[in-house]
Design a protein around this ligand. Structure first.
Ligand code: 5AD
Ligand code: SF4
Length: 466
C-alpha cells in the first residue's frame, strides 16, 4: 500500500514552493500527497517564524497532532511528524523538548536529504538545521509532468534564497541565511520543464528576489531584469511576475523590463514598511520615504497601469503618532491596489526586539485598524475601477458555479466569468461587470483564443468575434 504524506505550509510563497519540493523528494519513496492529516502516515509542518503568532501556531498544531499520534499508536498505526521551515531552522532541538510528538526537525537547506533523515528518525529523533555547502537544488528531483499539470498553469520558480539586508525587525537573514542566487542555466532548465508540462505563468520568487545576481551562461552576473527577458522567451510562457522585492534593488534594468517586456505583468509588490524616515532608519531599510516615492514614480512612468502592493509594520519601537501619520500620508499619496499590514512583533535575536521604546499593544492595534481601513478603501477603489473594462484573464480553473471559469487579471485579481468553453491555460478577454470583496465578475467577450481546438472545446459556440 502507498504511504501518504500531508504537508501543511504556513507563511510565504517560498514555503509554498518548498512544500511542493518536499513532496517531489518523497514521491520516489512511495509517498503520495494527501490534503488531510487524518489520512497521512507522514505529517510535515512547513513552518513560518516571521511573527510570533505564526510561530505559536506550530506548537498548538503539534499539541493536536500528539493526541492523534497517541490514539493511532493504541490502534497499532504509526505516524511520523516532521517540523520543517523557519521555526525548525530557528529553534532546532528546542522543538523536540517542547513537543514530544516530533520525530524530525529539518531546516530549509536540507530538504533534499529528507528520505535519509526519515530513515534515521525511525531509530531516534533527529535534528538537521545545517547550512550545507552543496546546492540543495542540485539534489531536488524534478516533479513528473502529471504532477506539474495537477498543480496548475501558474507556477512559482525559486531563483534566489536568503537575505543580506538585516532589517532590524526581521528573522529571515538568520533563518534563511545569506543571499544565494541560482545560476541562470539551472533556472532555465526548470522553467523549460514546467512550460513543457503546460505552465503559462511564472512567479519568480526569492526572499529578496530583485537582489538576484546569478551566473549567466556568458559567465557574467545577470540581474533580475535580464533574467526576466530570457524567461519571457520560454515557449508557452505568457506571463511573468516576481516577488518579493526590496526598494534598494529596483534597478534601471528591472524598471525598464516593466516598460519593454509585455509578458511582465503590471504588478509590483514592493514593501515599504513605514512612511517615516526616522522609523525607516531604525529599521535599517536604507532608504527614505521620498526615495521610495521616486522609485514608484519611475516605475509608473515605465508602466502607467502598474498596480502597487506593499507590506507595512505598525508599532515598530519608538514609532510616534507623527511617524504613523507619515505612513498614512504615504498610503494616501500612492494608492496601493493591495497590501499586507502587521503589528510589530519582537523576534528573538533581532536588534529591534532589544530596543527600549516598545510600543504598547493597544496603540499598535489602533494604528493597525486605521491603516487597514485606508488600505481596504484603496483596494476596493482599485477593484471598482476595472468595472466596464475588458481585460485579459489567464484561465486557471473551473469557477465556483456551474457554467463559470476562474482566472487572474494582469493585476493579480481573481476573476470569475461566465463561459465553460475555454480551456485552462488560455488567455481570454473578459468584460468586467461587477466586483465582490476579493474578486471580479464578468463575461467573456472577443474572439476565441487561438490555442483552442475543437477537441479542447467541449461545447463549441462557434465563432465569437467581437
Ligand atoms: N513583526 C511584524 N511584521 C514583520 N514582518 C517581518 N518581520 C516582522 C516582525 N518582526 C513583515 C514585514 C515583511 C513581511 C513579510 O512580514 O512587513 O515585509
Ligand atoms: Fe527581512 Fe528586510 Fe531581508 Fe525582507 S529585506 S527578508 S524584511 S531582512
Amino acid at each position: 500500500m502507498k504511504k501518504k504524506v500531508y504537508v501543511k505550509s504556513y507563511g510565504c510563497q517560498m514555503n509554498a514552493y518548498d512544500a511542493e519540493r518536499m513532496a517531489d523528494v518523497l514521491a520516489p519513496q512511495g509517498f503520495v500527497e494527501t490534503d488531510s492529516a487524518e489520512e497521512a502516515d507522514l505529517i510535515v509542518l512547513n513552518t513560518c517564524h516571521i511573527r510570533e503568532k505564526a510561530a505559536e501556531k506550530v506548537y498548538s498544531e503539534l499539541g493536536r497532532l500528539r493526541v492523534m499520534k497517541d490514539e493511532r499508536k493504541a490502534e497499532g498505526r504509526d505516524t511520523t511528524i516532521v517540523v520543517a521551515g523557519c521555526v525548525a531552522q530557528a529553534e532546532g532541538g528546542e522543538i523536540l523538548k517542547r513537543a514530544s510528538a516530533v520525530d524530525l526537525v529539518v531546516g530549509p537547506q536540507s530538504y533534499h536529504n529528507l528520505p535519509a533523515l526519515l530513515e534515521k528518525a525511525r531509530r531516534a529523533r533527529v535534528v538537521d538545521t545545517e547550512f550545507p555547502i552543496e546546492d540543495k537544488f542540485d539534489h531536488l528531483p524534478a516533479p513528473s509532468r502529471d504532477k506539474i499539470r495537477s498543480r496548475g498553469v501558474s507556477s512559482f520558480l525559486t531563483i534566489q534564497e536568503g537575505c543580506d539586508k538585516f532589517c532590524t525587525f526581521c528573522v529571515v537573514p538568520y533563518t534563511r541565511g545569506a543571499e544565494i542566487s541560482r545560476p541562470v542555466a539551472k533556472i532555465m532548465a526548470e522553467a523549460e520543464r514546467l512550460a513543457a508540462a503546460g505552465v503559462r505563468e511564472f512567479t519568480v520568487i526569492g526572499q529578496n528576489v530583485n537582489a538576484y545576481h546569478g551566473e549567466g551562461p556568458d559567465g557574467r552576473t545577470w540581474s533580475l531584469g535580464r533574467l526576466l527577458h530570457r524567461l519571457a522567451e520560454v515557449p508557452g510562457i505568457a506571463r511573468l511576475r516576481y516577488t518579493t522585492s526590496h526598494p534598494r534593488d529596483m534597478d534601471d534594468e528591472l524598471i525598464d523590463a516593466h516598460r519593454n517586456l509585455p509578458a511582465l505583468m503590471p504588478y509590483l509588490h514592493l514593501p515599504v514598511q513605514s512612511g517615516s524616515d526616522s522609523i525607516l532608519a531604525a529599521m535599517n531599510r536604507k532608504h527614505t520615504g521620498d526615495e521610495y516615492r521616486r522609485i514608484i514614480e519611475r516605475t509608473r512612468a515605465a508602466r502607467p497601469d502598474i498596480a502597487l502592493s506593499s507590506d507595512f509594520i505598525v508599532g515598530f519601537p519608538g514609532e510616534t503618532d507623527a511617524d504613523f501619520d507619515a505612513t498614512m500620508q504615504l498610503v494616501r499619496e500612492i494608492g496601493f491596489a493591495s497590501a499586507y499590514s502587521f503589528k510589530y512583533s519582537p523576534r528573538p535575536g533581532t536588534p529591534a526586539a532589544q530596543m527600549a521604546n516598545q510600543v504598547p499593544e493597544d496603540v499598535k492595534s489602533a494604528r493597525l485598524a486605521a491603516l487597514q481601513q485606508a488600505l481596504e478603501e484603496d483596494r476596493q477603489r482599485f477593484h471598482r475601477a476595472t468595472v466596464g473594462r475588458t481585460i485579459d484573464v489567464l484561465v486557471e480553473r473551473k469557477g465556483r458555479y456551474a457554467g463559470q471559469m476562474a482566472g487572474k487579471s494582469p493585476w493579480l485579481q481573481g476573476v470569475q466569468f461566465d463561459d465553460e468553453t475555454v480551456a485552462i491555460g488560455d488567455i481570454v478577454q473578459v468584460e468586467i461587470t461587477g466586483t465582490g470583496t476579493n474578486s471580479l465578475f464578468g463575461q467573456r467577450v472577443g474572439a476565441d483564443p487561438a490555442s483552442l481546438t475543437a477537441v479542447q472545446r467541449p461545447h463549441s459556440t462557434g465563432a465569437n468575434a467581437a
